[in-house]
Structure formats: C-alpha cells, structure tokens
Design a protein around this ligand. Structure first.
Ligand code: SF4
Length: 79
C-alpha cells in the first residue's frame, strides 16, 4: 500500500575481474544472476528481481563487482 507499482528497467554489469564467485548475488536474486562454468556471476535477466532486491544483491557482494544503473537514463544507482 502506498508503494509505486512502476518499476524502471535496470542495467546490471558484473565485473569479472572482481567477482570471486561466492554466489551471494545468485542466492539473493536467482532470477537475475547465475553462475557460469567458471563460477562467475552473469546477469541472466535484469528484470528477474525487483529493484530493491537487485540493489541488495549489489550491496552484499563482498567485492563490489556489481554495478547497477537506470536502464533508461544510465544514472548509476550502485555503487
Ligand atoms: S556476490 Fe559478487 S563476488 Fe559473489 S558471485 Fe555475485 S558478483 Fe560474484
């Protein structure tokens, strides 16, 4: 109640030079991230979780490997 139902598209980038494959993001947002064969996180669907969940996953990444932007304006939302 009182929350906007409008969700904006996001652009999510995982820096594979930083990702250490601990799967925190995959655990928090399995609809958006998955591990590839090298246990590196890849974005499978930037709309696979709501924005708050995506930002939480980015905050919880131990190495700051996840960058989140507004997909329309390019504004950086995290970090
Ligand atoms: S939380 Fe960060 S380090 Fe862990 S798998 Fe995801 S991107 Fe990689």
């Amino acid at each position: 109640v009182g929350l906007s139902a409008v969700s904006r598209p996001l652009k999510i980038v995982v820096d594979h030079r930083l990702c250490v494959g601990n799967a925190q993001c995959v655990t928090l947002a399995p609809g958006a991230f998955r591990h590839n064969d090298q246990r590196q996180s890849e974005v499978i669907d930037p709309a696979g979780a709501d924005e708050a969940t995506i930002l939480k996953a980015a905050r919880f990444c131990p190495t700051g490997a996840i960058e989140v932007r507004d997909g329309t304006t390019g504004q950086r939302l995290f970090p």
